[in-house]
Write a protein that binds this ligand. Sequence first.
Ligand SMILES: Cc1cc2nc3c(=O)[nH]c(=O)nc-3n(C[C@H](O)[C@H](O)[C@H](O)COP(=O)(O)O)c2cc1C
Length: 211
Amino acid sequence: MSLIEDLNWRHAVKAFNPDKKVSEENIEKIIEAARLAPTSSGLQPFRIINVSDQETKEKLVTGALNPDSMKECSNVLVFAAWDNYTAERIDKVYDFTTEERDLPKGRFDSYTDKLKEMYLNQPAEYNFAHTARQSYIGLGLALAEAAELRVDSCPAEGINNQLVDEVLELGKHGLKSVSVMYVGYADESRDWVKPMKKVRIPRSEFVIDVK
Ligand SMILES: Cc1cc2nc3c(=O)[nH]c(=O)nc-3n(C[C@H](O)[C@H](O)[C@H](O)COP(=O)(O)O)c2cc1C
């Protein structure tokens, strides 16, 4: 199967079968796709919280646009991004990369100095908007991987971010929730989107060719 076929297969599932769980192996592959996502300066400024505990899922329902999906999907993958850039966070990533690649200590100092100069002089909200954007790259790849595995999913921004942050104690990790990905298997009798045609604007409208 090609990636294009996988993307045509997937759709944003509206109802999940609560009795069908996704194997840990497949959940790990979906998470791995997000972990491998490219990010600005390679900082990977987002994390995934993998919620399979039913009681915890139910605590996240209030204010969700898809409350049934929150309860009935197999796993809720919460995409949460750094609440800000800090010197420590930047150094930790680059120290790790330097070590992993067996490079001389301080190899990236001039570059990290530039990153700090830029990010540490910007408001936290502005930086969070940037870290959150990185998380969407991971979300996109995770959706594609789920499709390849023929696992159903739905990306969702319709969540109560404040509640999600509180329940999962994301502040303790310097994170704020951005979106979730509901993962599971559709309940075909209630998933009203499945029988419908996939609709995308035509290529002629989507692309501006400059030749
Ligand atoms: C960032 C993002 C946020 C979304 N939020 C929601 C949501 O809160 N609830 C929902 O039912 N669908 C949500 N969707 C699904 C879109 O509505 C859906 O992907 C779009 O209509 C295209 O349909 P398809 O994915 O089935 O091809 C979201 C999609 C994205 C990419």
